[in-house]
Design a protein around this ligand. Sequence first.
Ligand code: SF4
Ligand code: SF4
Ligand code: SF4
Ligand code: FES
Length: 1006
Amino acid sequence: MTVSGEVDLGTKPVAGPATIALEVDGRAVMVPPGTSVMRAAALAGFDIPKLCATDRLDAFGSCRLCLVEIDGLATAPASCTMPVADGMRVRTQTPRLERLRRGVMELYISDHPLDCLTCAANGDCELQDAAGAVGLRSVRYGTEGDDHLDLEPDTSNPYFTFDPAKCIVCSRCVRACDEIQGTLALTIRGRGFDSLVAASAGESFMDSECVSCGACVQVCPTATLTEKTVIELGQPRRSVLTTCAYCGVGCSFRAELQGDEVVRMVPTKDGGANEGHSCVKGRFAWGYATHRERVLHPMIRGDVTDDWREVTWDEAIQHTAERLRDLQDRFGAGAIGGITSSRCTNEDVWAVQKMVRAAFGNNNVDTCARVCHSPTGFGLKQTFGASAGTQHFASVEHADVILLIGANPTDAHPVFASRMKRRLRDGAQIIVADPRRIDLVRSPHVQAAHHLQLRPGTNVALVNAFGHVVVTEGLVDRAFVDARCDRESFDTWAAFIAGPEHSPEATETYTGVPAAEVRAAARLYAKGANAAIYYGLGVTEHSQGSTMVMGMANLAMATGNIGRDGVGVNPLRGQNNVQGSCDMGSFPHEFPGYRHVSDPTVRGQFEARWGVPLDAEPGLRIPNMFNEAIFGGFKGLFVQGEDLAQSDPNTHHVAAALAAMELVVVQDLFLNETSRFAHVFLPGTSFLEKDGTFTNAERRINRVRPVMPPRAGKHEWEIVSELATAMGYPMHYDRASEIMDEIAALVPTFAGVSFSLLDEVGSVQWPCNDGAPQGTPIMHVDHFVRGEGRFVETPFVPTDEHSSRAYPLLLTTGRVLSQYNVGSQTRRTPNVEWYDEDVLEMHASDAEERGIRSGEIVRISSRAGETTLHAHISDRMSPGVVYTTFHFPVTGANVVTTEHSDWATNCPEYKVTAVQVAPADVRTPRPDEQVGADPARELVRMANQITDQFRHHERAVAVDEVAKHLQTFWDPHMRSELLALVDAGAAGIDPVVAAAAERLRPAVPV
Ligand code: SF4
Ligand code: SF4
Ligand code: SF4
Ligand code: FES
């Protein structure tokens, strides 16, 4: 038992009805067949001493401490490996068993340091507990002879130590690394007395393949593997259940504390998303919360060149409110807006979007999800009717074929990757579509059936080729399509996709993937009993991100892979609360719950609850805010927890936009690149201080409970409410649960959610309402949310960002395991020991051609800008494609990414940038063109790009579609600017755009 009271029943649960009746020490108990005697005894209330067993791992039966007597058996079998049988009579305490167990313990203790009083695990040591439980009082063996007590500890890992002198060679750590984490970094070397735990080939933990997930540390029954914080601070005294604030997996943790000081984070077994597992970030990288660089007082300054001045909360809030109001007085209500953060809670995000809509009086609210998963919301809503992934994570355990596209789960979603690897070890097959050879292509016990190493920017051509094979080779699930989908849209799609231009042979020209391989992969997916699609930012961050999401949805529907375990279309969300920030109404065209702002019924509900008229027109998206700022019409921005100047593409353009604003308000933990342009800094809260909820990639709403009070004195939702109030719109909540109650009242899919429900059941997946009071693990089971599934034609439109003589390589971007997003958190932890700078991965032939050696500094340049990094020659890359991360501001990797974006959502095209790479001392000539410098040209480009998606239609239909898109997603100001450009006969406007703009003329305000 730990400080949390979590009980270890010794072996894993077995699913199924409890039909086996047995008796343990005279007490009757019923359990499912296959249950171990040890677990049955624990359920009956008898703890059998154990060392090698834990209910997190398969039973192993090595320590021989858990012996029991069973009627009819002369021997005393190990209870952890002995399955129950009907009518079995078990005895757990007899003089014979006591003698045997003491003998076993004596042997362990005779080769173990007797330093319990000064040992870090004192009070939390299973060896100590077991010695007590068997009544060991003395050890008969002397100190002569060989032992392991002088073995040197390995302290190389920044977070935990390995002290082999304390090891009892129970193999729990080895099995945890194999079974739970799936890295297989540990082994037991030697035999008998020489048996020792070894990392990789006897290296230090730091130099081994270990990825520091900490699973081995958690299961170690002794102090052999121990967190350094426990060694430094001692055993924790209390615990608080909360949720990791890094990636979209949303792992549940117990923060174990002394007072308000975190001693360690322990993933909880009943965490719906992680079931007791974690990665290095969630378990260990929380120290940033108390980092000395945290800003803990509000600050203001007149000009960005002035020094910051610390002020009281009252002064900061009044000052900010006055300045925002002043901007609206001088430049109009639409001159200001806000950006919500996917790292903040649902409640924090709700407060910001409400402030924008109710206090600012416009819909100029957007979210950092704009730059990652906005195409997911768009694409899945168009096809399925719900802007969210279809499955729960556990669903992957039923998948026979996994199609992984543009995602690197072992680095970006590690705990889900471990689940996926378990399924692969159990026999599922994986198809990886990625320009880079990620670990899931080939790693211990994992070998992808196909690695489709496509050229960046050609996803849609690839998914169309899959669709083509399905339709032309008779692999459509007719029964599913007939019963569940809109037949007309299917027929139209089927005719479209059967066109020869979508065949693998034709698309090979674009994708570079051999047609035969695409055909084989498509057949594997279509014929798999259960085939599931998982995808990441390698799908969404493209000029056709939304098209690709719809293409995957088409594929899943055509093959009947929706609505049950093991199938589905599943976005792996980047940040912890991307799903939540979108659900909470962070988009300028949608109220919370994805309802369009023009819908009078929905708007009426919000107006009634909030007591203020709301704008019926979509507001500005982030890129449009930037363009408007450069135009001169957008003057003030509230930025919640998002470092736009580092994370958004084309940094020069972002910087110009921020510099053009009169007021930038940053609410964050640390001064960052964006705060260089800020006039007000409002200290935010880390996840250890937050009180609220996060919604993970599987729509699971998890509680985030405060481990310590807000270090700057206020919750973020509280600060935002006070700001709205100071602007003249009264907004007040006494506690975060009141915000969730308001969410439940206004968002139908959250109608059943409350903090009390979450406290009771742990977590729920939305929809959670009268129709699904315990939530919805799998969506679209009997019917699609929109009724019938809708197929959408997905023409492949090559991105404008293509390689050229000046920029012959394609840059694509991603993450590493130890760092997160722009690194503001992980850079302030020992995680930098693994990765302390962004590097440029490139193929040997590209490097050789340019005279570049691995480790050299190179200059990478694009049309947008240039930066320098160290080159790393890697066989993960194919020729012509280079790769980097964007975790470090010093690199400024986004200086080179361009303004290109998804045609439907403006999600930036981070994954394709044409670049040149040269040794740092060789300057690449740059064209005069400065991307984004001309907002009018940018507006025309965006409109023309929408038209590209509908070129395969009749002209009249294309005009209709473009007009519909502009009306639904563009704000009135942008529409009127477009019309003005049409009227002025601006160069380069597509005739379809001009005609579509004409249709909008009556709706454009004068
Ligand atoms: S390190 Fe811990 S878990 Fe691993 S074999 Fe030794 S005692 Fe067991
Ligand atoms: S920390 Fe994780 S990866 Fe490293 S050895 Fe332990 S279980 Fe394996
Ligand atoms: S997998 Fe994601 S949510 Fe889980 S511990 Fe790691 S970073 Fe946190
Ligand atoms: S606990 Fe059963 S043999 Fe170790």
